[in-house]
Design a protein around this ligand. Sequence first.
Ligand code: ASC
Length: 152
Amino acid sequence: MSRRRLALIFALGCGLAIPPLQADEDSPVEAAIKYRQSAMKLVGANFKPMGAMLKGELPMDQAAFARFGKDLAAIAGIDILRGFPPDSEGADSKAKADIWLNWDDFRQQMEGFQAEAAKLGAVAAGGDPAAIKEQFGATGKTCKGCHDDYKE
Ligand code: ASC
């Protein structure tokens, strides 16, 4: 087996990113928009079913709820601000220019969301219904606060 093939198998085994064969053609702004929208999509894919369970729209499944909480916390833990480089507005983006005019506030709100989501992950694992309800609400408040200020 060639060294190259061995290196590839080793990298895959270690879960390392393999560079694409062809560079994609996104501009840095397009790439940032895709990055942040992907992150928000994954946040929503975990947060929404948790909300649906709490509202009784989905049957409460404590194990699934805890898994969504864990994944929400993991996703919220990535460097989300990396997806908001200076002035990365775009036609396909609902991010308002106010983000970059009020960067410190935006950053603080983002960090607030990240902190509350981390707590929600822990509380979801704990299984106490009252604590879960409260922490779900606290987390949702940080979603809404930032969207009200900074999302079209
Ligand atoms: C959602 C969603 C949001 C938040 C926010 C929480 O499911 O899409 O933006 O929850 O509404 O208040």
